[in-house]
Ligand binder design. Structure first.
Ligand code: FES
Ligand code: FE2
Length: 376
């Protein structure tokens, strides 16, 4: 018998992709948006770290004043990574010959003799940074354009709100679209058949508007006795609304159980996903008693829920998205007969936004070429 055919050819890139699915799985995310780079606590004062967005390297550093800056990760002298350098006040000094770059990316100081020369006009690109919700966000593209779609407002995340909060992240060996698909496509209830975070899902409505897709499912949320022990009966756990608000994903159960997922697309097969889960004090109850969780105990309940529910649940998704990426790379030519219309709406949005980026990029390169030609 012949072995069934394994596709040995490498998966196609965006330009050579023949089907929408192949395009989706090769598409990047539009850089003129805000993306999570690191948790705030991962970058101390005076520290620099490398962060990769879609195969491009950035040096993020926190100055002595506590503010984070982002620069292109190359020294304008001999192109060493600036992330190998040292934070110097509120600037970054390359580790080799000691050229210092300010937050605007301009070389402001050189540690050695200039040999009678003027200061060279050395410059790297600088990128906008914002810290919110315990995350460092940066815009790897044009920050002026990113102003059109700011980081979502999450008033519930404020410490004073009284909401329970669970921040958690995973670096998964999968394309970002595989992760966004996973978080919104409830046909994968089977994967979680023991943990039962959502069961018997029926898609009631899907609305596509601009760069957002909103889904309403009828489903049973938190469908095990253990989960029920913590959820007040006043919470409607028979429905969930989810959205793909490009390039982010969110959900809401009765406005009381919510989350956002912010992804950092590292390359075609690696994504770091940062999740913020948050829970209204109205939905949390003391197990066995018809009373709410006292504000002082919410932190402990969240720590428990993170270890017992959230991390083990997402670990199941991690296994699945990794396996889906591997399956795609082996069999990318095979058709994928998905039944949930949600997946096609997401596919179209991801492709449309990447096409928009590529068209903008082509136009920007053509302008650069004609400016260079007229300067000659
Ligand atoms: S390579 Fe960076 S200072 Fe020389
Ligand atoms: Fe899942």
């Amino acid at each position: 018998m012949k072995l069934y055919q394994l596709t040995k050819k490498p998966m196609p890139d965006y330009a050579s992709a023949k089907t929408k699915r192949q395009k989706q799985r090769a598409a990047g995310l539009h850089p003129d948006y805000w993306y999570p780079a690191l948790w705030s606590h991962e970058l101390a004062k005076g520290e620099v770290k490398e962060v990769t967005f879609w195969k491009q390297s950035f040096a993020l550093f926190r100055g002595e004043d506590g503010r984070v800056r982002a620069l292109e990760n190359r020294c304008a002298h001999r192109q060493l990574k600036l992330s190998l350098g040292v934070v110097d006040g509120c600037a970054l000094t390359c580790g080799y010959h000691g050229w210092t770059f300010g937050e605007d990316g301009k070389c402001s100081k050189i540690s050695h003799s200039l040999f009678g020369h003027k200061m060279p006009n050395a410059q790297v690109k600088a990128f906008a940074v914002e810290e919110k919700y315990g995350l460092i966000f940066f815009c790897p593209g044009d920050a002026e354009k990113a102003k059109l779609h700011p980081i979502p407002e999450i008033p519930e995340w404020a410490e004073t709100s009284g909401w329970g909060r669970i921040p958690v992240d995973f670096t998964w060996p999968a394309h970002h679209s595989i992760i966004i698909d996973n978080t919104c496509d409830f046909t994968h209830a089977y994967l979680h058949r023991n943990k039962r975070p959502f069961t018997y899902a029926e898609l009631k409505r899907m609305t596509t508007e601009g760069d957002s897709v909103v889904l309403e499912y009828d489903t049973k949320v938190g469908d095990t006795p253990l989960q029920r022990m913590f959820i007040s009966k006043k919470t409607n756990t028979n429905a969930m609304t989810l959205g793909y608000h490009y390039p982010y994903q969110w959900s809401s159960t009765d406005e009381k159980i919510k989350h956002w997922c912010f992804v950092l697309p590292i390359d075609e097969r690696t994504t770091r996903a940062f999740f913020l889960f948050y829970f209204s004090p109205e939905m949390l109850k003391v197990p066995g008693l018809p009373i709410g969780v006292p504000p002082k105990a919410i932190g402990a309940v969240m720590a428990f829920a993170k270890k017992v529910f959230v991390e083990p649940l997402l670990a199941e998704d991690g296994v699945a998205v990794k396996a889906e990426q591997e399956g795609y790379e082996d069999h990318w030519e095979k058709p994928v007969p998905d039944l949930n219309p949600v997946l096609y709406a997401f596919m179209n949005l991801t492709i449309r936004k990447w096409d928009e980026y590529l068209a903008d990029d082509d136009a920007a390169q053509a302008t650069e070429r004609s400016e260079a030609a007229s300067a000659e």
